[in-house]
Design a protein around this ligand. Sequence first.
Ligand code: DHB
Length: 363
Amino acid sequence: MIIEDRPREYLERRVRAGLLEQNTVDLLRQLDVGERLDREGLVHDGIYLRREGRTQHIEIAKLTGRHVTIYGQQEVVKDLIAARLQRGGELHFEVSDVSVHDVESERPRISYSAGGSEHELECDFIAGCDGFHGICRPSIPSNLRTEYEYTYPFGWLGILAEAAPATDELIYAWHEHGFALYTMRSSKISRLYLQVPVDEELERWSDERIWAELQVRLASEGWRVNEGPILEKGITPMRTFVCEPMRHGRLFLAGDAAHIVPPTGAKGLNLAVNDVRLLAAAFAAWYRNGSAAGLDRYSDTALRRVWRAQDFSNYMTQLLHDLGGGAYESRLQLARLEYLSLSEAAATSLAENYAGLPARDDF
Ligand code: DHB
């Protein structure tokens, strides 16, 4: 049974990330929720890295045999909600006052309000998929968890624009003004991001200023970013966070409830999907043959990929953003970018992390 505090329309409209790893696409297909994804998703063979007007293509498909697919997170959410309801699963929106109890016992409970009355649910297990600000992680006694955290002194200003992307694949740009990213949602909708200071006010960024800065940071000779009406804009903080372990008794954390990565490299959604892949298999084994082995391994196994993604997301962030370290740091970044164009081994390392290392039972 799923309980959710937001309205369905909110979840289906909220614009988030949009890049699916090969593993995520494979899993959605396996679960028979990949039909619209296969029709509407944009399959990419690589990414562009740009700096000082020079562009390098990282040939992900050629180097790894794997692809990435552009398909908005809210589209995945729409497909999952529709499939859940169609298959007769219980899914309650707009619940409130949620709390979890007795998670160390064999009968944990969830209490919540919905439709004006109080409810209590007796459970075998609770999956805490309630995000970074959710109630599940704090319900683990603080002396039983370790939290690792770092907040970058910058964020991303993101826009969604009604403009045909002027690129076939994503462009990650290093620039002395700061990072910029050119991505998309369809052949008609572009999504673009600019690195901005952590405490930046959105009001300081008129549409004109946003486009002008994108043209500067993404510049390449004889080419321009396609401009159009801005449909949405917002600022995302850049935070990195891990909670260990991801389990306490019969409470299992998954996704942002347990970990956050900076968005560079788009691992957040993919990591959440991987947690749930492992957790679902562990639950299935428990109900099928009473085996607790998968449940007992869940936290350690999930955390292995979480730390791989932490390393990669922080590598991509530190490769491409103005970290405030001045000229020496910039030269190091440019040397690292040049190395990616000189060495197939270096490019392959980036490519396999970007596409996602293949899913395994133990990773
Ligand atoms: C997108 C977001 C990312 O953080 C990223 O690295 C790539 C793509 C996106 O919103 O499409």
